[in-house]
Every structure is written in C-alpha cells, then in structure tokens.
Design a protein around this ligand. Sequence first.
Ligand code: PLP
Length: 383
Amino acid sequence: MQGIRNAIADMEQQRIGAVANLALGNPDVIPLWFGESDVVSPDFIRQTAKRALDAGETFYVNKRGIPPLRQALIGYHRGIHGMELAPERLTVTGSGMTAIMIAVQCLVGQGDNAVLISPIWPNIFYAVRTMGGESRHVRLQQTAMGWKLDLDRLFAACDARTRAIFIASPSNPTGWLMSEDEQRAVLDFARRRGIWIIADEVYHRLVYDRPVAPSFLNLALPDDPVFVVNSFSKSWAMTGWRLGWLIHPPALGDRMGDLSGINNTGATTFVQHAGVCAIEQGEAFIAEMVERCRRGRDLVHQRLAGLPRVAISRPAAAFYAYFKVDGVSDDLGFAQDLVRTARVGLAPGSAFGPDNAGYFRLCFASAEARLSEALDRLVPALS
Ligand SMILES: Cc1ncc(COP(=O)(O)O)c(C=O)c1O
C-alpha cells in the first residue's frame, strides 16, 4: 500500500501464525505451537488483579512502574541474584516484548545491524527490521552434547555498523544456556567495541539444574552498555497479562520513561498490582512450573530421541524441544499437514531465522496426559 515503509510493507506472514491459524481454538488439535503453558495464571494473582480493579486502579500511573512493583522487583533481584539494583536502573514495561522494542528503538537505525544468536524467536528480528536495521544471525551448532556457541563467529559477525548483540539465554527455541564465561567474554568484547548487549532473560527461572540462569546482571557494571529484558509471562504463567521489565544504565532512566510512554504509556495499572503479588508469593508456583516442565521435557525426550529420523538434544532450560526431522525440507508445509492429519500443532523451524529448514519447536509446558496424547499422535508421523 502506498506510503507504507518497505520494512513494514515487505514483512512476510509470520510462520508460526501460518500453522496456528489453521486450527486456533479447535479442541480437536493439541496446540504446542506457542510459547506458553496450558496452566491458567495462579488464583492468588488473579484475585489480586480483581481486587485492584475493584479498588479503582484504572488510571494512568508512573510510566516506569508503580512504586510497590518497583520495590518488589528490587527485592526480587536481591533474592535471586544477590544484587542491589539501583531504582534508576529499572523500568517496568507493558511486556517483555515492549522492553525489547524499547532497547531496539534506542540502538538500531537505518543502515545499522544487530547480531543475533540464532535460532531465535522471530519477533526479535522483526523488531530490528521495523527500525530499518539488518539482522545478522550467528547460528548455534547442534552437537551430541546440546547447542553450542562459537564465540569467534559471533565476534567476526560484528562490524562498524553493529549496534547490538542480542542474546536470549535461556534460548527460545533451543533451550541453550549461555555460560558465565561466555557472558564475560561477550561483555569484554562489547565494552572494547562500544557495542550494546541486549540480554533477554525472560526464561531465567525455567532452568533444570540450577535455581536461576546465569545473568549479565551479575557481571555488568551499572554503566556498561547492557540492557536486560525480563517478563512475568513465562515464570508466573502470565502471558496474556503483558507485563515485563527492563534494566538499563542509570543515566537512561528518563529516556526509558519517555519510550515506555510512547510505546504504551506504561504497563496496565491493575496488572502491575498483580505483578507485586506474583513476585511476593510466586516462588512455590515457579517451583511447580519447573517440575511440570521437567516432566514434559523428559517425556518428549524419551519418546522422540529414539526415532531414527529425529535429531534432538535435551534442553538445559526454557520449555521447548527443538528438533530436526530427517527428510523434511518444507517444515512449514509439514507442520500444516501435522495439524490436519495428526491434529498436533508445532512451530516450524524456519520461523526462527535462516538455516532452520526441517526443524520443529514443541512447547512441552503441558499437562502430562495431554502431552502424552500429542506424542502418541506425533510419533507415527515422525517415524
Ligand atoms: C525469547 C523471548 N523473549 C521475549 C518474549 C516476550 O515475552 P512477553 O510475553 O513478556 O512479551 C518471548 C515470548 O515468547 C520470548 O520467547
């Protein structure tokens, strides 16, 4: 359409949507295509939101978050990372995605590039593209020991127009976890080159062999060129609420308020009150969620790892199995066929950046019986 910027006009249809739209809401299809569990947000969080609504928490508030939520998040970081987060470094946002968009808006302009560790959730490269930037994908390598990053390739992909290195760890879709040594090496490189790191840590609590994923917050100094993105969506099962936060250098505080305002005037007020309660009372729920995901992960691995056509590794974190099916090149078409014939919804690998043809992502944050039924339907199609 005339007048629309090419970056928007030329966007292709989102591939996960191209599968999900075939059967969204159809009870005959088991949907494992999106990044969310089948658990409704916990009752104590829902009740708090209802009380906040009834108490009239329906007005505009501080664009960087209501004071009780800001306080709660500072306490949360003290608890999980043992760090004292200065209030100027914290901005509550209307979702993890909004936090990503704000970071990308700060850094990437026409002709710039962002280097992304890939495979990667597609919204990241769409965000870069909407700002007129180029995404450079540095692909993790799938080995018998899991997914591995080649740091030399990451550094070689950066040039004078690189404004950001985007790292989602734990990763969607691979479940890869960046080690603290790798984080240190990237931080040293970023400092030397004046390149920003956008560290997406929205799956930080969904880890299986430790209480929390390694965080750039433990290494970076307050003034380092680092944004850390986080969200209530995954750990507290609050995907539909749209609440996240961003940690940034203190000098950017006012700008973050401005950008939060421009994007959505800050997070929804009564949802922020629910966020306080999620932080203060949510630890037992997170522990249950991790156990549910661990069972899902092990079940999927047990059923798929022995199939001769399937190459799969057991993820260290997040709630996805990401596997390759030998002999499949059109993963989108194959995933669409699976919906029609096996009645199971997977995300096609080619949604997650280049060189992912023949891969599929399955979200295993589901009830065991449901997941088991999905696997009964899937296994014959993948055999
Ligand atoms: C890697 C990653 N980052 C960010 C998000 C966004 O989370 P939110 O629901 O808070 O926008 C997602 C959601 O799937 C994700 O997978």
